[in-house]
Design a binder for this molecule. Structure first.
Ligand SMILES: *Cc1c(COP(=O)(O)O)cnc(C)c1O
Length: 395
């Protein structure tokens, strides 16, 4: 997954262009920036690749979730359906918006199922935060149909799935609003950064305003701009955007390497009858940043996880026990604990998160192991893993 593995002179040249000719701020300063607009340039590149009307860069993927929700009108007291297998930012962004996370079941796509979403809908449900985990999503036609039928905003968190497609459509561009992360370990890295994606004019306008104190960004004089809405500061800097410009040009190369490396491991694993694979609705659109496999039982998955570690295979993730990607292990979320009183504390009938159960997701995640697919692997690195598999898996 990580684009940082192929940093080279091009990222440095892009940053130098900002420092030598341009300016650090993404807006205004027209007189001194010599027409260097890195954030705008990257936004244009993203729109072209994704075939989407608007991409708005922000300071992180988490900021993108916050901005996307505000821009799509998701706020205080709204229920937002979210999976238990995700990065914790999904939940944080909902809670900090004053909204209520409602956990729903995933299926063997490792993402929310249409049935899981349906079962979690109440009269207060406003949106689904659909998280495309580990490089790919789920059955998006079914998911979208449920959202449309119940008039829910489909927010696609594609932070881990940059470049992935479903039936030709880019993940992140299927729902009303989507997000990317460009943090240090994502497919495309800006160091820190993220993007809000949408085809909706109103959502786009809200997004760029909300991410910059409500500025309307009309005209060339920031001081004279008006502020149709309140917002905050989730801006990206031109230096971060510049790194992204260099990285985005490598997206096709990154995807090609990941797909090739993943295919080699997946083919080797097909020899073992105890191994099954995460369901991928459209294999040709897989970002291929991870290879996720399922074992017959939780006990066997734990055994395999330990055996792969003993073989010295790095970057193997047993998410079910990992304290950063699964609800079961998030004590601070169960207790809705923060440094200050949260808006959700004012909602008397909100869920008791210590009692939330997702047995179907537990059953799946208990058996699932993921391997990070890296760009820097040599043929020997791949063969090392294939040889390790021989010692670990049963025919
Ligand atoms: C990384 C990630 C985020 C947050 O992105 P940051 O840029 O690190 O804030 C959100 N959701 C998912 C699924 C992620 O993997």
């Amino acid at each position: 997954m990580p684009g940082f593995e192929i940093f080279d002179e091009s990222e440095k040249q892009q940053i130098n262009e900002v420092m030598d000719k341009g300016f650090t701020f993404r807006y205004n300063f027209d007189g001194m920036r010599n027409d260097v607009w890195k954030a705008r340039e990257l936004e244009g590149m993203i729109c072209e690749t994704l075939d989407i009307k608007h991409a708005h860069l922000v300071s992180s993927g988490t900021a993108a979730l916050t901005v996307a929700m505000a821009a799509a009108g998701i706020g205080a007291g709204d229920e937002v359906i979210v999976p238990p297998f995700t990065f914790v930012a999904s939940v944080e962004a909902i809670v900090l918006a004053g909204a209520i996370p409602v956990f729903a079941e995933i299926d063997e796509t490792l993402t929310l199922s249409a049935e899981g979403i349906k079962a979690a809908i109440t009269p207060r449900t406003k949106a689904v935060n659909f998280v495309h985990m580990c490089g790919y999503g789920g059955h998006m036609d079914e998911v979208k149909a449920v959202c449309d039928k119940h008039n829910l905003v489909l927010l696609e968190d594609a932070c881990q799935a940059t470049g992935a497609t479903y039936k030709g459509q880019s993940l992140g561009a299927i729902g009303q609003v989507g997000t990317f992360s460009f943090d240090s370990v994502k497919t495309i890295s800006c160091g820190e950064g993220g993007a809000v994606l949408t085809n909706d004019e109103t959502i786009y306008n809200n997004a760029h305003m909300f991410s910059d104190h409500g500025h309307d960004h009309i005209g060339m004089d920031r001081g004279a701009e008006s502020h149709p809405i309140m917002g905050s500061n989730f801006r990206i800097s031109e230096m971060n955007a510049a790194v992204g410009v260099a990285q985005w040009k490598k997206l096709d190369r990154i995807l090609a390497i990941q797909r090739k490396n993943k295919k080699a491991l997946k083919e080797a694993l097909k020899a073992y009858s105890e191994v099954s694979f995460r369901v991928i609705a459209d294999e040709s659109g897989d970002n291929a940043g991870f290879l996720s496999i399922m074992l017959p039982t939780e006990a066997r998955a734990q055994e395999v996880n330990a055996a792969l570690a003993a073989e010295g295979v790095p970057a193997v993730f047993y998410w079910y026990a990992n304290n950063w990607h699964y609800l079961k292990n998030w004590k601070h979320i169960h207790e809705m604990k923060s440094s200050a009183k949260l808006p959700i504390d004012l909602i008397a009938d909100r869920p008791d998160y210590t009692q939330v159960k997702t047995p179907k997701s537990d059953e799946i995640m208990g058996r699932t192991i993921s391997m990070l697919i890296q760009l820097s692997w040599t043929e020997e690195d791949i063969q090392f893993r294939i040889d390790a598999f021989k010692n670990v898996f049963k025919k």
